[in-house]
Every structure is written in structure tokens, then in C-alpha cells.
Ligand binder design. Structure first.
Ligand SMILES: NC(=O)c1ccc[n+]([C@@H]2O[C@H](COP(=O)([O-])OP(=O)(O)OC[C@H]3O[C@@H](n4cnc5c(N)ncnc54)[C@H](O)[C@@H]3O)[C@@H](O)[C@H]2O)c1
Ligand SMILES: [Zn+2]
Length: 664
């Protein structure tokens, strides 16, 4: 690989990670690994200026505007921050500052809150607009969602300027994060991975009533605008507090880099005492006039510098490896560790993912290991400390039978995970399936939680989700902690679930690889369970987004007489097994085979309606333009990057009118 290819590859790789992180809220590498790669690219680009590209991830803010909100152009651009990792980096920065603006500089140090950036606009003291950072030039209008955050003032106090834009970070404090996850686990749902991505995902929800349920908070760190009533950054924070904003009190004015380093050392130790996550410190030139003189690079202010805390590692001993069985029978190996302090919590377990991972690390029971916390709540083992390996340790042999039911395990070709095939009577699979069935996105059975399901199974009152519909009050009352009222609620919840629409019932059945979106696709395509049941593999794979793996799994599911018996029972109880009439209205295949991207703001119909129209007419909507995009439905104020990409690829553009005409 030559240098140019290497640079190109790194850029492409970083773009993908940006997309995973900012758009999907599902990073696949740790921030530390991401920053390392970005640094590597930066070094290569500095050494080879001939390959400069204004679109490189080193030159641009990593996010994007999504298609789900109105797009707003920022009056003042939103930037990222330059990063430093050592004392030397900070000293180099100070030397550059001295050269540019002289020696008379003081700084403000603040913590770097780990959440999502937000810009909030006030006019005459009233909150008028809240916008995400997006690509730095344009962001998503998330006003309705931000208004649900209690600490964000809707009205300012005291002598505020007529027009004001304030910048901050929306975060999810640890406490709220834990509560949210406890609720999810009780409802049989997968817990969220970490506070930052959950905050980001919450902010992007379409339903602000749901956002209001998320215990988000907003910490402010900067005011932008003309003729503002302060001379230094530190004063601006004090002012913002007076206006009613939540500005953390840890910010501190310091006079030189030595004091900056003391602040860093202090918070490196103590950051875990804070009620929310921080990933570093931000140092800012204090004097606003000096800030203006220094200005910005393509990506970040020259007057500010982030210093990232090191990802923390712990060193401990792996006592033994145990195994968990999930609802689909998937086996996950878990490392049970000698408890050790890591990033503010005591860690006792770490994920080992699958057999390959164990082999790759060559980890053995009794080994000393290094544990790290990345993007996941469950920490992972990053390496074995071979210097401490006792000679007596033997290579770990993976289990061959299910730890819960003793059935020989299976591993399909090309899959990393082992499965317990005994779906019918393996206890965690039975419980897991029922927990999935009642979960919020599925049948949403109110009054019934994951723990009660486990109890009902243990007491042999139910063996399958179908049994739920035959539960009687007399059976429930003798259960521990089951008062008359809770029994009633539970039964009412079960009764009410009979109205849940077909696509969710289909998802609730728990067919492997059939998630929410796939269930919806299948429901829309096949309209009822009978046609779906009779579909052949060829037929299935012809449906948009249904691949072989999903098709095989559907065929297998319906080929199993036990499942058919369940479905027949559920039909008898009155669950919905065909698609609701409203959904069928206006369904055509006019746009079948075409892929659309929607961008900008529209006047006659909303973006959401456009999306629905496309899908109802058989088209497909994706979020970013690629060679596969057939049409770009372009509203006003479209993102410049989208436009450029569409032009480059020659994507057909449709105005709002042209799009509507296409349908008629
Ligand atoms: N793991 C991945 O795949 C992946 C992918 C992309 C980005 N990332 C991570 O995202 C980050 C890069 O994102 P970025 O461009 O937002 O840079 P950044 O997070 O390093 O810095 C900029 C942001 O810091 C925030 N911030 C928090 N406290 C602040 C304060 N007191 N003052 C000023 N700003 C403050 C602001 O919202 C600002 O937008 C890095 O941490 C990177 O590792 C990870
Ligand atoms: Zn089993």
C-alpha cells in the first residue's frame, strides 16, 4: 500500500466510525482507538501536504444532520476541539499562543462533559430554538426535545441580552442511566451500553413525550454572539449562571500551563466522584478579545484545547469463565474476576464475547488480565499479563453442552456464537422468549415485568408466551408480592395487548434475526401471518432487506409444529395476525426498487410524511447518499455536503413538487 492509499483508507475508516458514533450511536471501537487512528491520519497528512483534502475527517466536524428533524443553519459555526495527550502537547500549544498573541494570557479550565453538543437560542429571554451540532454548519432542530430537560431554563433571569446563543452538552447522569437500565432489564429489554450514546439517542427520539421520560441534563460551557456583556470566558460562565443556566462549578481560572497541569492531575483522580461522565478537561484562553484574534482552524478554535483522560485499565485475576444463555440460545462466555476498582466502579465481570475471542487472547482460568472500559458498560479484557502466568494453567477448552440444560451446543458456519438448540425446554430461553414477547417494543404488556415472568415460569404457571393468555387471578394471588391490585393490572395488561398491531406481534414472536424493522417490512409485504407462513425462501429473499439468513430463520420457525401451535392459540385468544386497515390504505408499489434520500426542509408535507409516502409506495429510504441512491428529495436549506455528494454522483434530484407529482 502506498502513502496515498494508506491515507485514503484511514479517511474512509474514520468516516465509517463517525457514522457509527454520531448517527447510529453505536460505536464499534473505543474513543481511545478512534483518537489514535485520527492522530495517525493527522501525522500522515502533515508529512504529505500534497494529499490534503478539505473533506478529510481531520478537517471536519464528525457529525451529520439527520433526516428526521428540520435542518437549521448555524449562525455561528459549531466546532470540535483540538486534542492534546501530554504535558508537551500543552506546552507546545502555549508556545504557539505566545507567538500569536504575546505572553499575557490566562486560561479557564473546565471539565469536558461527555454527551452531545447543543446550541440553544434565546430571544428576549425566552427559549426559541435548540439545535444539534450536526456537521458544524447545520444541525437538527430538536427544540421540542430540549424543552423537556428540566434544568434548561425556558425563561431567563436578570439582565440578559436581547438575543443570546448558548452552547452546552446534553448528558445523562450516572444515576438516571442506571435507573433507566434497571427499568429496561425489568421489562426484559436489553440495557443501554453507556450514558453518552444513550443521551445522544434520546435527543434524537421523534416523540418528545418519550424524551421527557429520560432523565437528561444539560451543562453549559459557552456563550456566543456580538457585544456580549463580559470580557473573559470565566465571566461568561458566571453570567450564564446568573441567567439561570446550569454551569458546573468546577470551572477554574488559572494563570499558566503549570496550573493547568495541576487542574488536570486533580480531576484525573477525582472525576469519578462527579455524578456524570467526563472524558477530559478543556482549557480555554480566557480573554474574549484574544480569542477573537486567535480565531479558528477548519475544525476547532485555536484558543481552546482538550486534554483527554486516559482510558483506565485495571489489572486483576480471572477466577473462572462462566456462560450465559440468551433468549435465542446464544451462548456468551463471561470472565469472573477478582473484584477490582475501575473508572469509578467495582468490576467483577468482563465480557469475553465468544470462543474465538478466548482463543485470540489465549486467556486461561487463573490468568492475570488487563481490563478496560470502552464504549460498553460491561468492561472487556484487552490482554493477558503473560509475565504473571503460572505454569500450571492449562489452555481453556470451550464448553460443548449447554450449561443450563446439557444439550450439545451448535455453531453455524460463519457465525461466532455457539447456540443451545434446545429452544423448547432450555429454561433461560423459555424465560427470555417470554420477556421479549412482553417487552415495550413488542407486546408492551403493562403490569408485567421481566422478574415476574421468571417467577411465573419458576412456579410453572406458564411455559410459553401463549400461556400468558390463560392466566387466572386465583393462580396469581398466592405469588410473592402479588397483591390483588397488581394481579388485576397484570391481567388487564395482557388483555390490552390483544390490540397490539400485527407487525409488533410478529416481532414479539421472537423469530431469530427478525428485529423491529424486519418485522415491519414482512408485515407490510405479506399482510397476514398465513401468507407469510406459506412464503418460500425465494419469495422471502425478494423482499427488500430480507437476506438469506433471515429467510432461513423464518422458514425454520414456521417449520416447527410447536411454533405453529402457539400461533394458532394466539389467534384464538384474539391477537392481531393481519395488518391494520389504515396501514393498507394507499399502499402501492409505484416506487418499488428505488432508493431515496430526503434532505432539507419542506413546505407542503413534513419530512416524516415524505418518508411514509415513499415506504407505502414500495420505495426505500436511507440516510446517506451513495451510488445506490436513485433520488434525492431536496427541500430548502439542504446540507452543502449532501448537495456536493449528489452532484458528484449525479444523483437525480427531486423538488418537493416533483416528488409529489411522481406519486400521482
Ligand atoms: N469510538 C468511535 O467510533 C468514535 C467515532 C467518532 C468520534 N468519537 C469520539 O468523539 C469525540 C470526537 O468528537 P468531537 O468532534 O465532538 O470532539 P470532542 O468531543 O473531542 O470535542 C468537542 C466537543 O466537546 C464538547 N465539550 C464538552 N465539554 C466542553 C467544554 N467544557 N467546553 C467546550 N466543549 C466541551 C463540545 O460539545 C464539543 O462539541 C472523541 O472523543 C472521539 O474519540 C468516537
Ligand atoms: Zn440449553
Amino acid at each position: 500500500m502506498n502513502i496515498k492509499e494508506k491515507i485514503e483508507n484511514l479517511r474512509e475508516e474514520l468516516r465509517t466510525h463517525n457514522y457509527n458514533y454520531y448517527v447510529l450511536d453505536k460505536p464499534v471501537i473505543t474513543d481511545f482507538e478512534f483518537d489514535k487512528k485520527l492522530e495517525e491520519l493527522q501525522a500522515l497528512e502533515t508529512k504529505h501536504p500534497e494529499f490534503f483534502d478539505a473533506n478529510s475527517p481531520t478537517q471536519r466536524v464528525g457529525g451529520e444532520v439527520t433526516k428526521n428533524f428540520n435542518t437549521v443553519t448555524h449562525e455561528y459555526r459549531m466546532y470540535s476541539l483540538a486534542n492534546s495527550y501530554s504535558k508537551e502537547d500543552l506546552e507546545d500549544w502555549e508556545a504557539r499562543l505566545h507567538k500569536l498573541i504575546g505572553n499575557n494570557i490566562t486560561y479557564t479550565c473546565e471539565l469536558k462533559y461527555d454527551g452531545v453538543s447543543i446550541s440553544i437560542h434565546y430571544e428576549k429571554g425566552l427559549l426559541v430554538k435548540a439545535v444539534t451540532r450536526g456537521d458544524g454548519f447545520q444541525g437538527d432542530d430538536v427544540t421540542a426535545n430540549v424543552k423537556t430537560i428540566r434544568s434548561v431554563p425556558l425563561k431567563l433571569k436578570e439582565d440578559f441580552p436581547d438575543k443570546l446563543e448558548i452552547r452546552g452538552e446534553i448528558i445523562l447522569p450516572y444515576k438516571g442511566f442506571t435507573q433507566l437500565n434497571q427499568k429496561r432489564i425489568a421489562q426484559g429489554e436489553e440495557p443501554y451500553a453507556n450514558p453518552r450514546n444513550t443521551a445522544s439517542g434520546s435527543l434524537k427520539l421523534q416523540d418528545s413525550a418519550e424524551v421527557a421520560q429520560r432523565p437528561l441534563d444539560c451543562l453549559l460551557y459557552g456563550v456566543v454572539g456580538e457585544k456580549l456583556p463580559f470580557l473573559s470566558h470565566y465571566e461568561s460562565l458566571e453570567k450564564a449562571r446568573q441567567w439561570g443556566f446550569k454551569v458546573p462549578p468546577q470551572a477554574q481560572e488559572v494563570k499558566d500551563i503549570t496550573e493547568v497541569l495541576a487542574y488536570l492531575a486533580y480531576w484525573n483522580e477525582r472525576r469519578h466522584d462527579l455524578p456524570y461522565e467526563t472524558d477530559g478537561v478543556v482549557v480555554k484562553v480566557n480573554n474574549i478579545q484574544q480569542q477573537e484574534e486567535l480565531g479558528y482552524t477548519a475544525k476547532a478554535p485555536r484558543w481552546a484545547m482538550a486534554y483527554k483522560f486516559k482510558a483506565e485499565q485495571a489489572h486483576t485475576q480471572l477466577e473462572h469463565i462462566s456462560f450465559q444463555v440468551g433468549r435465542t440460545g446464544a451462548i456468551t462466555p463471561v470472565a469472573n474476576l477478582t473484584p477490582v476498582q475501575l473508572a469509578g466502579t467495582i468490576v467483577k465481570r468482563a465480557s469475553l464475547h465468544n470462543a474465538d475471542q478466548i482463543e485470540k487472547l489465549d486467556v486461561r482460568e487463573g490468568d492475570w488480565v488487563f481490563v478496560e472500559k470502552g464504549g460498553e458498560i460491561i468492561p472487556k479484557i484487552v490482554a493477558v499479563d503473560f509475565t504473571k502466568r503460572a505454569e500450571s494453567l492449562t489452555e481453556f477448552t470451550y464448553i460443548t453442552t449447554c450449561p443450563e440444560c446439557n444439550t450439545p451446543l451448535k455453531r453455524e458456519e460463519g457465525e461466532a456464537q455457539h447456540y443451545c438448540p434446545n429452544a423448547k425446554s432450555c429454561p433461560p430461553q423459555i424465560i427470555g422468549r417470554i420477556q421479549h414477547f412482553i417487552s415495550r417494543k413488542a407486546m408492551d404488556v403493562e403490569g408485567l415485568g421481566g422478574e415476574t415472568v421468571a417467577l411465573l415460569v419458576k412456579e410453572k404457571l406458564i411455559e410459553s408466551y401463549a400461556d400468558l393468555y390463560e392466566l387466572k387471578k386465583e393462580q396469581l394471588l398466592p405469588l410473592e408480592r402479588m397483591a390483588e391490585k397488581s394481579a388485576d393490572n397484570l391481567l388487564q395488561g395482557i388483555e390490552a395487548s390483544k390490540n397490539i398491531p400485527f407487525e409488533r406481534v410478529l416481532y414479539a414472536l421472537g423469530i431469530r434475526h427478525v428485529g423491529e424493522t424486519v418485522a415491519k417490512k414482512l408485515a407490510l409485504h405479506y399482510k397476514n401471518i398465513t401468507t407469510l407462513r406459506n412464503a418460500t425462501k425465494n419469495d422471502l429473499v425478494s423482499v427488500d432487506e430480507i437476506g438469506e439468513k433471515i429467510a432461513d430463520s423464518i422458514i425454520e420457525f414456521f417449520g416447527n409444529p410447536t411454533n405453529i401451535a402457539f400461533i394458532e392459540r394466539l389467534e384464538r385468544y384474539g391477537l392481531q395476525f393481519s395488518i391494520a386497515k389504515e396501514l393498507l390504505e394507499g399502499l402501492t408499489d409505484k416506487l418499488s426498487g428505488s432508493t431515496f434520500v430526503i434532505s432539507g426542509v419542506f413546505t407542503q408535507v413534513s419530512r416524516k410524511e415524505i418518508k411514509t409516502l415513499i415506504e407505502k409506495n414500495g420505495g426505500k429510504v436511507t440516510s446517506s447518499i451513495s451510488a445506490k441512491t436513485d433520488y434525492l428529495v431536496a427541500g430548502e436549506n439542504m446540507g452543502p455536503s449532501k448537495l456536493a455528494k449528489a452532484e458528484k454522483l449525479g444523483t437525480k434530484m427531486l423538488s418537493e413538487e416533483a416528488f409529489l407529482a411522481l406519486l400521482n
